[in-house]
Ligand binder design. Structure first.
Ligand code: UD1
Length: 334
């Protein structure tokens, strides 16, 4: 079984990808510093996988951790690099925290990969690199606009660094808005503190753990005045990583740096999501319309045809399933 190092493997997308990797016959090796998750995620993974995955508690910026991982697990065939901070607002307040973790962390990782002869990586990028798009849906050739936040800038820089590393084979996945949870409810999204993302805030609010949701802006130039995003089930996103990995390890790439949009191709407004949540779960979400949130783009959704043609990957799950699974996960939290 090939070892795949998964940085941030106890996070939301990372943990679901760990499950998909094992199902696809890989051995995931997790590196996580627990900065935005808990070690209890391992318990859910153990139940799902039938064994406790290999876990190293450590930071992507700790150069020494990679020597330990390689000496204890043996050859690493590829790295899937999730470990990064992702709160847009916080990145505006604490930019250096973001540049240190997301950019310096990537450089430390790549330096260690070069030292150990590991030349395959799947990188977590984001639709944030497109900024406010001129045309929707966006495809991979749409212009990269000035980043709206330091968080967005770190993803753009990450892509540039990876493109420049000609010794490296990169699958760069630009995620749209991952939501949902594993259908078993054994793993899901576990942000520490008050969630800044829509779905974890919504489910915590409906569960009575938070005040009513504030919709950030109701006067945008969209059909109902709220922002539009392309929400994608986290299990579909996890499967996209396996497809990218197979292309990487199958040496099928036509260039050292390949980029794919990973979304459903459908846009939903915030109010459409709230209505769909009620329809899918029977739970009513209390909300009020508040001011716009700085840094939000009005509308973005994916043209994901390249991923379908080249990776053979397509999202299978719709919004009702995403919201049902997110709520199922929430109800299991005490
Ligand atoms: C942003 C980034 C995305 C990044 C993600 C990680 C952009 C365009 N997108 O996603 O790349 O991966 O953060 O955190 O930079 N909303 C509310 N009330 C809330 C929370 C959110 O109305 O309490 C609205 C937002 O205004 C937005 C939508 O819900 O319209 C989704 O927001 P969120 O879940 O935070 O994700 P993005 O901001 O789209």
């Amino acid at each position: 079984m090939k070892n795949i190092l998964v940085t941030g493997g106890l996070g939301f997308i990372g943990s679901h990808t760990v499950v998909s990797l094992q199902e696809a016959g890989f051995n995931p090796v997790i590196l996580d510093n627990l900065s935005n998750t808990r070690e209890t995620v391992l318990d859910g993974l153990e139940k799902l996988m039938g064994r406790r995955p290999v876990f190293f508690k450590g930071d992507v910026n700790d150069a020494g951790i990679y020597d330990r991982i390689v000496s204890e697990t043996g050859e690493i065939a590829a790295v899937i690099h999730f470990a990064a901070f992702k709160a847009v607002g916080e990145s505006v307040e604490q930019p250096l925290k973001y540049y240190h973790n997301n950019v310096q962390g990537l450089i430390t990782l790549l330096t260690a990969m070069q030292k150990h002869g590991i030349n395959n990586i799947v990188f977590s990028s984001s639709c944030t690199v497109y900024g406010e798009p001129d045309q929707i849906p966006v495809n991979e050739d749409s212009p990269i606009k000035p980043a709206a936040s330091p968080y967005g800038a770190t993803k753009q820089m990450g892509e540039i660094i990876l493109r420049d590393c000609a010794w490296l084979n990169t699958q760069c996945l630009r995620y749209f808005n991952p939501i949902g949870a594993h259908p078993t409810g054994l793993i899901g999204e576990l942000p520490l503190g008050v969630p800044s993302n829509l779905i974890p805030y919504l489910t915590q609010s409906v569960a009575g753990l938070r005040p009513a949701l504030t919709v950030h802006g109701g006067d945008y130039s969209t059909t109902d005045g709220t922002c539009i995003r392309d929400y994608i089930h986290v299990c579909d996103l996890a499967d996209a990583h396996v497809a990218a990995l197979n292309r990487l390890l199958g040496k099928s790439q036509t260039s050292t740096f390949e980029v794919f949009n990973i979304g459903t191709g459908d846009g939903s407004s915030v109010l459409q999501v709230l209505n769909a949540f009620e329809a899918a779960t029977g739970k009513k979400a209390d909300y009020q319309i508040g001011p716009r949130r700085p840094g939000d783009v009005v509308a973005v959704w994916a043209d994901a045809t390249r991923a379908e043609k080249v990776l053979g990957w397509k999202a299978k799950r719709g919004l009702p399933e995403m919201l049902r699974d997110a709520w199922n996960w929430q109800t299991r939290q005490v």
